[in-house]
Design a protein around this ligand. Structure first.
Ligand SMILES: [Zn+2]
Length: 312
């Protein structure tokens, strides 16, 4: 039986999935990332996990159709990584390195946000669309653009890196040096900051006041429970993202936007706020792209890595 391995390498854990060539997930597991020795042990660790799993399932190298990897940093089309701070990598090619262990196997790598987008495109919320942009709301805001089943890396590797597009006036500088970036609003950090501002502005009652150290998770869960201030915070933070998406539609007009990442767990309330910002800033057409929540959660990375390895 032929198999494909999808690997999602993070700074804390490595997630691995074994798939059929059609992308059906057979088994998944994770191990703690070995960051020692400047990250040089990571690829041997991945190879070891795969070999072990193959042996357990009586598979030999001929059964292996491909291995795809998601890497938490920029990756060029040949798999080369100039710098990946989370894995301590500098001037490193994980594809060439893994091929030393599996010389006859197809090995591919991509940026983890892009790879997760590919997962959503083939198996999740973007399924059936011709073009999609995924926005990942975490500590920061990232994204991936998929057109015709291919990740768009861009000529300089920043395609989809939407967090640092400026969409509003803002008083504070963003850590990138610009002001009013999408990241300053729609990221977990942005949400906590805005909640703090709203709490300071007046003394209206809110569940947010009970939290000892406010997190974006609190804001999202209180918003879901209907707390007025939390809802206002989500609206204020997601509207600028929607405005940004309207800009992107004028550039490449995707069929679907998929919203993922930890913050998206707040659900439809996020999508509604993003949609308002989107539609308010779209003048040439009335409705535009569908905006949907991601469906694959934490598995998007391994599923996308499998898709990366199976594509020609
Ligand atoms: Zn910025």
């Amino acid at each position: 039986m032929k198999v494909i391995f999808g690997v999602d390498i993070g700074g804390t854990n490595i997630k691995i999935g074994r798939f059929t060539p059609d992308g059906e997930l057979l088994e998944k597991w994770s191990v703690k990332t070995d960051l020692s020795d400047c990250g040089k042990k990571i690829i041997p660790q991945v190879a070891g996990c795969i070999s072990e799993n193959m042996a357990e399932n009586n598979l030999c190298e001929e059964d292996m159709e491909g291995i795809g990897m998601g890497i938490p940093g920029p990756v060029d089309k040949n798999g080369y990584v100039k710098k990946c701070a989370n894995l301590n990598w500098n001037d490193f090619n994980p594809v060439e390195e893994l091929k030393k262990f599996f010389p006859d196997c197809r090995v591919r790598a991509g940026n983890d946000a892009n790879v997760a987008s590919l997962g959503e495109y083939f198996r999740g919320a973007g399924k059936g669309s011709s073009s999609m942009m995924m926005v990942t709301l975490g500590t920061g805001v990232g994204g991936g653009v998929i057109i015709g089943g291919k990740i768009i890396i861009g000529a300089h590797g920043i395609a989809g890196e939407i967090g640092h597009i400026s969409v509003t006036d803002a008083e504070e500088d963003c850590n990138c040096g610009n002001r009013g970036c999408i990241d300053q609003w729609a990221s977990a950090t942005g949400i906590v900051r805005e909640a703090g501002r709203l709490l300071e502005a007046d003394d209206k009652p809110s569940m947010l006041r009970q939290a000892e150290k406010l997190t974006s998770k609190d804001v999202c869960s209180f918003a879901k429970q209907g707390d007025n201030l939390a809802v206002e915070c989500i609206n204020r933070c997601m509207y600028p993202l929607g405005k940004g998406l309207a800009y992107f539609s004028h550039a490449f007009d995707p069929e679907v936007y998929v919203i993922g990442g930890g913050v998206s767990l707040a659900g439809e309330i996020i999508v509604d706020a993003v949609r308002r910002g989107y539609e308010d800033n779209l003048y040439l057409i009335r409705k535009g792209a569908d905006i949907r929540l991601a469906e694959l959660g934490n598995d998007a990375g391994i599923i996308g890595a499998c898709a990366l390895a199976s594509g020609e």
